[in-house]
Every structure is written in structure tokens, then in C-alpha cells.
Design a protein around this ligand. Structure first.
Ligand code: ADP
Ligand code: MG
Ligand code: MG
Length: 877
């Protein structure tokens, strides 16, 4: 049954995540599949949004909840608040996107001083008081905001007093005493007694879950994961099942495949005699799930069977929360499981092999961010020292940094530009900012499903957890491992692939994925390389965009070819004026006559020719788009401070030149085409070098395909002047092949007058860095160090416009220029060069905008190929 704001589990399905949240939709799906899910219902995200917007719940909500609660009571045969045999429920958050541990859950709602006796009559004293103390602490921290550490402190004190290490060793009397202590804490903080009306507990817990959507840590998490802030969370209310009612009970988590490697099998943790949150919190060390086979063979078999059902239904790796109550298995949650980047590729390819999904679906399940992560280097273990500890390899990568034992200090140290490894006994959601700031995370407690592990995998941070040999003293700011002591600030290295921890900074080696693209490894070298090669090949077969490389040297060009570049989309020439050639630029600047200018340029010509010959040879048969010199000439002069101490005549002349050429806005100054038109002969020299290099390659039997690209054009007349000169120069070079002349579109006016410009341009290439700067009227370098972080925090930018193209603003300039450019010159080739060419979200935009190619740095090429393929996939059916 469904009402406006509430759905029974029996009335939803896995496709209703927007309304029911992921947890609710999947509980509904499991219910539909006939799996054993305790009865319950979901309050929709709509109700949450209503509450967050207006501060009150929809008027009909209370009555709807009552109605659905009655049905749960009927199904279970117990009533909320019944003194003889009370129903208890859990109240659980769950939004559209999974945010592990970020929002709130309250278990055991319905217990009061009266009903606790009824619960004891059915499940025993110890069990009943265990539930009651759990309720008061969860309710206290979630609903009334009492710091969780208050309750933990009281629990720890009691354990110490009784001389026991774990909670199950506490007796009924102990737990009853603990309830008394918890109630005092509750009263001290709120000035009121712990509520004795179960209906009030339920209502207040629901509201608290709604509000938990907006906690600081939830916002930080959403920001990091690019989850919109306005979705709200659903609330699931379900009958409690008891994993803490004795030794034939327990609770666990399971994966249908290994989330770190993708290997098939049964993975997970099981904790006898415990309630759900104990496993994730790493409070006691859980048993490997395989042990359940020995403890309760029937439940184990049923669980394995259900895992098969879920994998077939979701066609993917699932993760599962379950509880066993007196030999009866209950499913409490499932979702498509988070996984490491490597596992994402391996599992996608595996599922294709198993015939579960097709290659298009496999390509949808991986992404460029995951591939980029796999291209990171790994530790070179040749001659490495002995590890100081080994833990669980929870999230891959090779991270070295200074050990920091506190989340705030980790943020500070990272802010100073230091590499940080956050070291904690275990992490909790308050550590999130520190985890984000750190390169790697190291904990001494918890397994593959601990908070640290789950969150680190999601963020792509290297993580080793549960390194039990480590004695982590966070208060003292140090850790010990046998004779070794690591103090805050000492360098350590954590290997997220092997789980090993080393003292000092280890050298790194390239990843196998990079070695594969460099032709160093065969595609059959292992499951990861095999999966990556297969999916990138499918992306290549699917994509419409060409992928080219930004490469300034023959070496870069050669590497780019190996990485699959269909040419060089941007060859910058300014690098060719650096080093010992600076002297020639200085001569050019100081020249007092046309002859002196010509002489300086004449010396640069053969050097440039050689540069171009090398690149054209490396990219033989493929286009090489060469951009004429772009930066202002004064950038090649020594810095002012150096010249102020001028002692020679030459220095004094340079100082005068620097002063004369000073610009208040160099980004908007004498650069690009303006420079070419202001310094006669400069562009002509470059064009001649390109033409002569091409002619030389033709004579050598090569197939050179240079193209000339003019930067910073704002008006067609600028381009017309440069092009006329270029054609004059090229016409005088015997044996030069035809060389197209095109333009960058990076000044907003160029985009706005693209129709005019296309008359003179044989191709367009969007320079989206400059286009973004000039469209926004902000300078990238200045913004990044001043207000950009603030703008991200304030939500003015969801992501930096320099990272992902601003589709609504800058993107419209791109679309307009493509349309008007092609209208004026049908078939005009249009591409993009600059950072955005390698950014996944931007690549999808460029695909939609109808561009012909993207150009990006060589290491980004596999990512761009993959994403260009993903962009061209038909919508999932
Ligand atoms: P999270 O999203 O942080 O995992 P959950 O809502 O899943 O939070 O709940 C926390 C823990 O409580 C989980 O281990 C879950 O399985 C357990 N749990 C939730 N509801 C119930 C219930 N009705 N009976 C028993 N355990 C429950
Ligand atoms: Mg959960
Ligand atoms: Mg530019």
C-alpha cells in the first residue's frame, strides 16, 4: 500500500531511487524478489524536501505513518509500545546516492522503562538492556545532538571497571547500570528525561534523519562526490530483528565479489551476538564470513543462494547487510557495491565474459576517473626496507607522506602543501575533511568494510586499514610498531595494493596500465590490463570524437602515438624559445633596427626548423597542429628583481625593456596574434620553419601533415593578415605540402563572430582555458589562490570552471561558434585543446556540441578515449 508520502516495502522497486532513496528502493526490490526482509515502509524524499524547505512536515504525514505502522504491527504480531511484547523499529536514512555513514540511523525505537521488561520477558534481561542502552545513545546523539563520545566514554569506563574487553562480556546488571548512566547523560545535556512515549521517539527520529541531510559532514561528502545538495533523504522504518539476542544470533556484511580485486567468491565479515552498527564501527574484530559456514551452515547456504539471486537481478557486484536471529536469516540492505578502480574494470569485463552484460553496458560501468587512478605509479619494492606493519589493502595506490594523527592538523598540513598520511585507530565521519586532505589513510583497526575503507575507496584515496601491529596513540601524536616509533611529521609510505606500511618515502614505478599503453606489456599480462584494453578498444569502436594530444617535443609526440593519439592537436612553440635560445629573444627585444631584428630571427629559424622536423617525424602521417608563439615576449626576459641589481650595459638595457614592456594585465596584453602583427617577421620566421621542415620531411620520404594555428584572434582581419603572410611565405618554399591555416577560438569575440572568422580559418580549435578566463573575466592563477576555494564552498561553482567546462556560459560560446562557423564553412573541422580536452564531463559536452576532436596531454589520452566512447553510447535501455 502507498499513500502520498509513504510506501510499504512491498510497493516499490529498484528503479524508484529518486523517491525512495537507494536503501528504500533496494529494500523494496528485495521484498519483491521474495527475500526475507523485515516488514517496513519508506517515507519519501519528497517529504524530506518539504520539511527542509518549510520547517514542518506535510500535514498528512503523521496519519500516513500511523497507517503504515499498523500494517507492520499486523505483519509482525506485535505493537509499538506494547508493555507485554513490544515491537521495536529502526529509523534509517537513505538518499538517492549512497553516502556511507554520513547520515543517521536509530535502532531499537520503542523501548521505554516499561517496554524494556516486555522485551526481557521474550528475549532475556541482558538482551533487553543491551537494546535499551543502544537506543538511548543513538537517539541521544542523533536526535538531540549529544556528542557520541559521551556515551562511548561511559561504556568504556564500565568495561574497565568490570575488567572486560568486549561488550558481550558485560552482564544484564552491567547493562542496566549503563542505561542509568546514559539517562543521566541525556538529562544533563537536554534538561529533560529520555522520552517514554514510543510514538514520540519515532516521530523525532524521523525528523532527525531529515535534518541529518544538512549536517556539515554530509555536505562535505556531497561536495567531494558531486552529489547535489537539494535531493533530500528518504527515511526507512523497519521492524527490528535481533542479532544481539544470543550466540545463535549475529550480524554481518557481505560482497558477492571481492571489491578490491573483483575476484569471484564470498567476501565479508560476521560478528556473532551483535547489532548492525557494531560491524561497521570496527568495535570488535569481526570473523571472516566463511566462518559462518561452520557456525550456522543453513544460514550460510541461504545467504550464498541469495547473493546469487541479487547478482542476477542487479547484474553487478552487490554488497549486503544481514542479520541472523536465532538461526533465521534477514536481509537488511543491498546495493550495487562500491569497488576499487581496478575491480570496476575487471568486474565489468568478467560480467561480459559471463554473458551477464554486453560491452556497451560494461563501458557504462567504468569511467575516466577510475582509469586515471589506475595509471598512477606504484611503489618500487626493489631494495625496499622491511614493512613496519601489514594491514588490509583497502583502497589501492602508493602514497607517501608525513604521518598526522588528527583530522584538523591533516587539513592544515595539506594546506601548507605537505603530503599527508592520516593515521587513526579507526576513522569516523568527523574525520572526513582530514581524509579528503590526505594522500593516504592508515588505521590500526577495522576491515575491508570499515568506515575508513569504504570512504577511501569512494574517494579514490590510498588506504590500509586494520594494521593491528600498530599501536596508534593519537593523543600523544605517535605510533609504535615493535621497536619502531613514528612521530607526527615523520615520512611513511602506505601501499594500498599489498596493505604494507613502510618507514620513509619509497620510490615508485609505473602502473601496468601505463606499461601496457607504452607497449611494454601485453594485453594478456593480467586481468586488469586485459579488462582495460578490452574496454578502451570498445570505446574506440564506439566514439565519434577523435582524440589528439598536446605535445611540444618529439618525445611527447612519440609517447602520445603509443597512447593512441590521432595526431597532435596542440604543439606549443613557446617552449622553443627557452633555455639558451633566450639570448636570441633578448636580442630580438633589444634590436634597434630592422636589420638587427632580421638577424636575430635568422638565427632562430634553423633551430625552429629542427624542432618541427622532429615532431613531424614522430607523428608521420598524422596531423600536427602548430600554434604560433602565444605568450608576451617579456615573459622570456629575466625577472625584474634580478635586473634591478644590473651591473652591465646589457642588463641595464634589459631592465629598461622590462619597464617599457610592463603590462598591468599581461593575459589581456601584447600576446598571440597581436604580437605576431606587432613584431614584423616573427610569425613569418615560424611559418617558414614549419614549411621548410615539412619540405625536408617530404624529401626524406615522410608524410608530414603540419597545420598552422593562430592564437588569440578576436577579429577576422587579424587572421586574414596572418594568413596572407603565411601563404606568401609558404608559396616561396619549394616542395612544401599544402599547410592549412586555422585559428584558436579563445577570445569571446571570436566565438561571437565565428561566422566571419570561418571565412579565413580552415579549422577552429577552442582554447577553453582562455575562453573561460575571458568569459568569466577572471584570471585563473589569481582565482585559484584566492576566491575559487571559497566559491566552491559557497556553491557558486559546483566544480572549478577550469576543471570542467561551464556548459551554461562558456559552453554556449562553444556551441554558437560551432554552428555559425560551420554555417559559413560547411565541414569546418572543430576541436578543443587545453585542460578541458582531458576532462570526462567536458568531453561529454564536446561530443554533444558536435566537435570533431579533443586534444589533451599524453597521459590523459586513454581517459579521453574511454570517455569519448562513453559519450557516444546509446542511452541505457
Ligand atoms: P548505514 O547507512 O550507515 O549503513 P543503516 O541504516 O544501514 O546505516 O543502519 C545501521 C546498521 O543497523 C546496519 O548494520 C543495519 O544493518 C542495522 N539495522 C538497520 N535496521 C535494522 C533492523 N530493523 N534490524 C536490525 N538491524 C538493523
Ligand atoms: Mg547500511
Ligand atoms: Mg590561450
Amino acid at each position: 500500500m502507498r499513500t502520498n508520502y509513504v510506501y510499504d516495502f512491498a510497493d516499490g522497486d529498484m528503479d524508484m531511487k529518486d523517491l525512495l532513496g537507494g536503501k528504500g528502493a533496494n529494500l523494496a526490490e528485495m521484498t519483491r524478489l521474495g527475500l526475507p526482509v523485515p516488514p517496513g515502509f519508506t517515507i519519501t524524499t519528497e517529504a524530506c524536501r518539504f520539511y527542509l524547505e518549510r520547517g514542518t512536515t506535510p500535514p498528512e504525514l503523521d496519519a500516513e505513518v500511523d497507517l503504515h505502522l499498523r500494517r507492520v504491527e499486523q505483519a509482525i504480531g506485535r505493537r509499538l509500545g506494547d508493555p507485554g511484547d513490544p515491537l521495536l523499529v529502526s529509523v534509517r536514512s537513505g538518499g538517492r546516492f549512497s553516502m556511507p555513514g554520513m547520515m543517521e540511523t536509530v535502532l531499537d525505537i520503542g523501548l521505554t522503562d516499561v517496554t524494556v521488561a516486555g522485551l526481557a520477558a521474550h528475549g532475556g534481561e541482558r538482551f533487553a538492556w543491551d537494546c535499551y542502552r543502544r537506543l538511548i545513545s543513538m537517539y541521544g546523539s542523533t536526535v538531540t545532538g549529544i556528542p557520541g563520545t559521551e556515551f562511548e566514554g561511559a561504556l568504556e569506563a564500565l568495561r574497565r571497571e568490570r575488567g572486560v574487553a568486549t561488550d558481550p562480556e558485560l552482564s544484564a546488571a552491567d547493562l542496566r547500570e549503563l542505561v542509568g548512566a546514559y539517562k543521566k547523560i541525556f538529562h544533563a545535556h537536554t534538561g529533560t528525561d529520555f522520552p517514554q512515549d514510543p510514538a514520540e521517539q519515532l516521530r523525532d527520529a524521523v525528523l532527525a534523519v531529515f535534518r541529518s541531510w544538512n549536517t556539515e559532514r554530509a555536505r562535505v561528502y556531497r561536495n567531494a562526490e558531486h552529489i547535489p545538495d537539494d535531493l533530500g533523504t528518504a527515511v526507512n522504518v523497519m521492524a527490528m530483528v535481533y542479532g544481539n539476542r544470543g550466540t545463535r544470533c549475529g550480524t554481518g556484511v557481505a560482497f558477492t565479489r571481492d571489491p578490491a580485486t573483483g575476484a569471484r567468491g564470498v567476501y565479508g565479515d560476521y560478528l556473532p551476538n551483535a547489532q548492525g552498527e557494531d560491524v561497521v564501527a570496527g568495535i570488535r574484530d569481526a570473523l571472516p564470513l566463511q566462518e559462518l559456514e561452520r557456525l550456522d551452515g543453513a544460514c550460510y547456504a541461504r545467504l550464498v543462494e541469495i547473493m546469487g539471486v541479487l547478482e542476477r537481478r542487479y547484474r553487478d557486484l552487490c554488497d549486503i547487510e544481514f542479520t541472523i536471529e536465532d538461526g533465521r536469516l534477514w536481509m537488511l540492505q543491498t546495493r550495487v557495491g562500491k569497488r576499487t578502480a581496478a575491480a570496476a574494470f575487471i568486474i565489468a569485463a568478467q560480467l561480459v565474459d559471463e554473458g551477464v552484460i554486453d560491452l556497451d553496458q560494461a563501458l557504462r560501468r567504468v569511467d575516466g576517473a577510475a582509469l586515471a587512478q589506475l595509471m598512477f605509479p606504484r611503489f618500487d619494492l626493489e631494495g625496499a626496507p622491511e614493512p613496519i606493519a601489514t594491514g588490509v589493502a583497502a583502497s589501492p595506490g602508493a602514497a607517501s607522506g608525513r604521518a598526522v594523527f588528527d583530522s584538523h592538523r591533516a587539513v592544515e598540513a595539506a594546506g601548507r602543501g605537505e603530503p599527508v598520511i592520516l593515521v587513526r585507530r579507526e576513522t569516523n565521519p568527523d574525520d572526513l575533511p582530514g581524509m579528503l586532505a590526505a594522500r593516504g589513510i592508515l588505521t590500526s583497526r577495522g576491515g575491508k568494510t570499515s568506515h575508513a575503507a569504504v570512504v577511501a575507496r569512494g574517494m579514490g584515496r590510498t588506504c590500509v586499514c586494520g594494521a593491528a601491529e600498530l599501536d596508534v596513540d593519537t593523543a600523544g601524536g605517535l605510533l609504535r610498531s615493535g621497536p619502531v616509533t613514528v612521530r607526527e611529521g615523520d615520512m611513511i609510505s602506505v601501499d594500498g595494493i599489498t596493505g604494507k606500511v613502510y618507514l620513509g618515502e619509497l620510490p615508485v614505478t609505473p602502473s601496468p596500465v601505463v606499461r601496457y599503453f607504452e607497449g611494454d606489456l601485453d594485453a594478456a599480462a593480467g586481468p586488469l590490463v586485459h579488462a582495460v584494453s578490452r574496454l578502451v578498444a570498445h570505446a574506440d569502436a564506439t566514439r565519434r570524437l577523435d582524440v589528439q594530444a598536446n605535445a611540444d617535443t618529439p618525445e611527447d609526440a612519440a609517447r602520445a602515438r603509443g597512447f593512441g593519439a590521432a595526431g597532435v592537436g596542440l604543439c606549443r612553440t613557446e617552449h622553443m624559445f627557452l633555455g639558451e635560445r633566450r639570448v636570441l629573444v633578448e636580442r630580438l627585444i633589444l634590436a634597434e633596427s630592422e636589420e638587427e631584428v632580421a638577424a636575430a630571427l635568422a638565427e632562430l629559424l634553423p633551430l625552429q626548423r629542427e624542432d618541427f622536423t622532429g615532431i613531424l617525424a614522430a607523428m608521420d602521417g598524422l596531423p600536427v597542429t602548430i600554434r604560433l608563439i602565444d605568450p608576451p615576449l617579456h615573459e622570456f626576459l629575466p625577472p625584474l628583481e634580478e635586473l634591478l641589481a644590473a651591473s652591465t650595459d646589457r642588463d641595464r638595457a634589459l631592465l629598461a625593456a622590462v619597464r617599457r614592456m610592463h603590462e598591468s594585465n599581461p593575459m589581456l596584453g601584447l600576446r598571440g596574434v597581436r604580437l605576431g602583427l606587432a613584431v614584423p617577421g616573427l610569425f613569418a620566421m615560424q611559418v617558414r620553419a614549419i614549411g621548410e621542415a615539412a619540405a625536408a620531411r617530404v624529401r626524406e620520404g615522410g608524410d608530414p601533415r603540419p597545420e598552422i594555428m593562430v592564437p588569440l584572434v578576436g577579429d577576422v582581419r587579424e587572421l586574414a593578415l596572418v594568413r596572407a603572410e603565411a601563404e606568401r611565405v609558404l608559396a616561396g618554399i619549394p616542395g612544401a605540402p599544402p599547410i592549412p591555416v586555422g585559428t584558436m577560438i579563445e577570445v569571446p569575440r571570436a566565438a561571437l563572430t565565428a561566422g566571419d572568422i570561418a571565412a579565413e580559418a580552415e579549422f577552429f580549435s577552442f582554447g577553453t582555458n582562455d575562453l573561460t578566463q575571458m568569459a568569466w573575466g577572471l584570471s585563473r592563477d589569481d582565482a585559484e589562490s584566492s576566491f575559487l576555494p571559497q566559491y566552491l564552498r559557497l556553491g557558486v561553482f559546483a566544480t572549478s570552471p577550469f576543471e570542467s567546462i561551464d556548459e551554461r556560459g562558456v559552453g554556449r560560446l562553444v556551441e554558437l561558434a560551432v554552428q555559425e562557423g560551420r554555417a559559413a564553412r560547411p565541414g569546418l573541422r572543430v576541436g578543443v585543446c587545453g585542460e578541458h580536452g582531458g576532462d570526462p564531463a567536458s568531453i561529454h559536452f564536446f561530443h554533444r556540441a558536435g566537435l570533431d576532436y579533443v586534444s589533451c596531454s599524453p597521459y590523459r589520452l586513454p581517459v579521453a578515449r574511454l570517455e569519448a566512447g562513453r559519450a557516444a553510447l546509446p542511452p541505457a535501455g
